[in-house]
Each structure stands twice: as structure tokens, then as C-alpha cells.
Design a protein. Sequence first.
Length: 684
Amino acid sequence: MNSKQTYQWTEMTMGTCYYPEHWDKSLWEDDLRRMKEAGISIIRIAEFAWNKFEPEEGIFTFEFFDEFLELCLKKEMKVIFGTPTATPPAWLTEKYPEVLNGRQDGVLYRHGGRRHYNYNSPKYQELTKRIVTKIAEHYGQHPAIVGWQIDNELNCETCEFYSEADSAAFRVFLLKKYSTLEKLNQAWGTVFWNQTYTDWEQIYVPRTTLSQGINPHLHLDYIRFISDSTIRFCEMQAEILRKYRKPGDFITTNGKFWNVDNHKMEKECLDVYTYDSYPSFAFGLDRDPKNSVDLNDRRWSMHLNEVRSICSHFGIMEQQSGANGWTTRMEGPAPRPGQLTLWAMQSVAHGADFISFFRWRTCTMGTEIYWHGILDYDNRDNRKLAEVKDFYSKLKTLDPVCGADYVSSFALIKDYDNSWDTEVDVWHERIASYSEDEIFAASQLSHTPYDVVYLQEDSELLDLAKYKVIFYPHPVILDEGRTELLKSYVEQGGTLVIGCRTGYKDMNGRCVMMPQPGLLQQISGSDVRDFTFTSPAEEPTFAMWNGEKLETPLFNDILKAVDGAQILATYANSYYAGEAALIEKRTGKGRVLHLGSTFSRENVTQILEYTGVLLPFAGMIDAPESVEVILRQKGNRRFLFVLNFQPMEVRIELRKEMKLLYDGKTVSGTQILPAYGTAVYEFE
Ligand code: GLA
């Protein structure tokens, strides 16, 4: 089961991030008034304010936020309260340097930045428990509060931990997993380069080694350990908050970052997941020459697909409102008129029912003076505030969309073992990231949306069976459980598409001594007899499929058909010309397609067409590549989002009568969307 959400917004809601501690108190009332006028009904506060609650060790003060929350109550502003553990006070790290995280070479990250603590320090855990308990005891029943945010962006800034406390906790994690050193040595293949451990104390989190020689199997377990540590830290706080909060108040954290199983974290600790969306990280970068239209900021749709798999009706805790930038890194363009709305609608289209803009006003001090908010330093009304107001008026017409499901044509299957193996193994990374980017591009350009489904311990056939077609591009690591699930999916009628390099590793990341695609050979009808990266010195390889060219980029498995499988395409060049490149095997009511290469936008489009899922909106709309088209559905109410990511107007054709929700007018036929314009239509 992918998502286990227990909180859902019941109407479209808009918020912002506010830092009362950054401003003179004389501004508070006016700020809240102007926010309300703009349609902002929720603010997130306090996530970096530990000193305001505990200025000295063990001395707790609440006057500052008491006063602010009183004002919120008076102004009818609702509040998401953050726990302040992302920025420990100076007194804390000075007195207890063991709480600090450090670089791999042992240099500690000192006070002054953020997220410089480690999850496994017993002292940090103790002090975290204490501050979170004090805050939750004091504010848990406060009527202005509607939700809680744990920490801030767990695993942002860094997702690697190298403190002594981490090595100690890593040993405990490994002891639980392997119980004996013999089993650990076996799993990690430590006989290679004489790495054998004879005492648990000899094991550390990865340290600086010569020849970049971190044992990859240790490394994979290390990432699993980081994920586990992150979730335990989050859970520790969630348990405290659950005890003191009012019924109905939600617990969340804002993601999504690396080296953490976000699905597990959401299931075990949170009521709802929130995401921080900053498409302008990519807007303004050079266009990838492969792309016929600019997909830079549209790439955030790829992230939003992932977020939806964690939690189908999520919130955006930080939605971009101004230009990105720090004094120390990044110089980004300001969102163009219309782009603030476009990017926020991108989030809504993908499943967000709560949009909170970062931040109310740009900070006038510190590293983030260029991470612009809605208002600028001068505090005057500006075009961004006007656009937020306009966005709100549009958002409220979308109340019927709240809780509606995103409708997809196929699923991209992933799992954390393989994702993390790509961090350990450059061969794996190269093919996996290439295929994922290209599947995304094919989906965007052809308006064929997809969901992401992570295979997890509790995954069921139902999670897969709702998709006619699933792509599991390069499941390098396979185990029996996942193989059985995929087999059942195929037997009941599904189409499973796999690519090169499938099934050559076990769960430890060790290579299996069996023919590829390993365990999946039971249903793939394919046998990999030879394989190679394609050579940049030769012409790109390709195959022929029913007289049409089929791209086979980057890596080629040279296939043989076995068990009565059918060859659909054969390589047309290189030393394996004439050998099989695409094989189809039917099992039960379904089938497996094994493509012996990575996925390109062209070959994905061909496969989507062959499997009958391409262009699902053809009867509703004709839209150019430059717009994204998304459907959300609730019961029999259907809502079509059209998002123009280009700096010029575009023409679309509505093939049915539809109601434009923004103004309630019924329209059909040719419509013009302005530069960066959006539209949401309801139709039968
Ligand atoms: C993140 C953080 C915010 C802020 C912004 C801008 O998303 O959660 O606190 O730092 O980035 O840098």
C-alpha cells in the first residue's frame, strides 16, 4: 500500500510561511490583516525558533509565541506549529558537541547553519524530546493551532551522517539485521580486498578510503540505516505530538529529501505529507537540447508524481512565490507574471489541496535575503501579492476538485532498494536516471500521465492491478516477494514492461549467478546472452520493430527468446545486428515486454501506443506539447487542468463542451491560453 493518509483538506486552502521572530512586533497585526485580505487562512511558524522557547538550558519561556498566537486567534488566523529541532541553539552545540553531524573525514559541522545535528546522538534525542514535550504540553490545546510540522526538511542540506553516534547506532542496526558477524561478512562479500570484520567495533559508517573503495554492500546498508534513523527521529517527535495535540490537528513534515523511505515515514509517523515546491530551481537554466519544448520547470511534475505516491492528497508547505537565492549560492530569475499561479496550479493539478507560499515577506537579514517571498523588503503591495490574490480567487473556484483523484494511464514502478543502489553504483545510476527522465518526457509531451508506485513490504496486487500497463525500467535488484507480486499482476491481465539490466543483483547488491533477467525470467521469456554499454565511438544502436526504427540507447542486453516467447524487434546494427532487442511473453491473461535497452521518449511512446494507453485525453482536448494536461476525478465529476509553461500564448482545442471553473462560463472549440496561463475545466 503506497499511501496511508489520515488527514485530508475538505476545501482548497491557502497559507504562507511566517516568522514572527524576524520582525518587529509592530508589524504583526498588519501582516495578519493583509494575509487575510489576500485569502491566506493558515500560517506555518516557529520551525527555527528553539531559542525563543529555551534561551538557556532547561529554562523554558513561552511569552513570545503566546502573544503571537493570541493575536492569531483574534485575527482568526490558523497556525501550523513547527518543532524547532532543525536549528539547535548555540548553547546546546557548544556544551554538547557530540550532537553535531560532520563530514566523512571527521570535520564537524559547527553552529551557524542548520540541520547540523545527528539523529543518533542520545543527548540530542534527550534534548529534542524535552523541547518537543514542553512545546506540545504548552500549545497542544491552543485553539489557533490546526497542525504540526516536525523539524524542517528532514535530510535536506545533507542526507549523510558521519558522527561517532552514527557509527555506534549503525552497529546496533547491523547486529539486529545480521545477528552474527559471519552473516554480515557473507552479505557484504568482505572477503574481497580483505575487508573481513572480526569485531563489531571495527565497523563504521563510511570513512575516507583510498581508491574510492567503499564496499557497495556496506554502503547500501548504510543508506538503509540513515533512512531508519530519520524515521525513528521523526517518530519520536510524532509520538509526543500525538499525546498532546487536539483531536483533528494533523502531524506532517515537509519533504521530500534523499536517503529516507518517505512512504514508510508517512505511514508510521504522519497524518498527511507536505512538499516544498520550487520549480524555479530549473526555470531559467539552459534548455536540454533533446527537448522540443522547455521542460525545466515542468520537471517539478516529476517530483509531484513521487509526492502523490507518498500521499495522494498532499499539501504544499512551501510553494515558490519569488526568486530563489542565497548570499552563498544561487542567483535565480523572479517568477514571471503568471508563473506564481502556474507553479501553484501545477501542484494543485497533481493532487495538492493546500498551498502555502514561502514566505510572506523576504527576510532582511541572514543567508536567505535573496530567497524572495510574496512581499519585498519595502513591505509595499506588489505584483506578487496581487497575483496571490488572483490565485486565491481561482483556487476557490476549485473547491469541488478538493479530494479528487489524479487520473493516470500507466504506472512507473520503483522501490527504495533499487533507488538507493543507484547512489552506490554508477552503472545503475546511469541507466536508471536516463530512463526515468525519458519516461517523464514521453509522458509530458504526449499528454499521457502516470503514477509512481513504490514496491514495499506491504504492497498488494491491488496497488498494481489498477494499471493496465506498468514500467519497472531497471529492477537491477530483485527478490522473491516482488517477483511473485509482478507475476500475479501479469497473470491477472497486466502488461509489465522491463528494460535492460533487470535482475542481476540480490538484496545485498551482490550479483546473482543466474541468467538475466534473474528471477523475472520465469515470466519474461527472455534470456540475456550478452550485454554492453553502447559505445559513443560508434553510431547509436537501434532495432527494427514492424518496419519502424526503435531506439535502443545507452546499454544493450542482447536477448534470446525462450519458453515460447515472441521476438518483436531485432537489433539493426553493431556486432549483435539480427539479435533480439524486444521480446514479448504472455502469461495468464497478461504479458511481459522486455526491451533490451534503456527507455527513450521515442521508444516509450511506441510502447505506450502498442499497449493501448497513449493519448488518453484525445477525445477531450487537442493540446500542443508545450502545455501539461492533467485530469482529476471525484465520482463522476471530471476536472481537466491545462497548464501553459511557455512564455507565449498557446491555442488548444476543446473537443467537448466544458465549464471553465475560474469564471463559470461554458466553452468549447478553440481556446487561447496566455503566456504561463492556466485553465481548469469541468465536463461530463
Ligand atoms: C527550504 C526551507 C526554508 C527555506 C527555503 C529557502 O525549502 O524549508 O526554510 O530555507 O528552503 O531556502
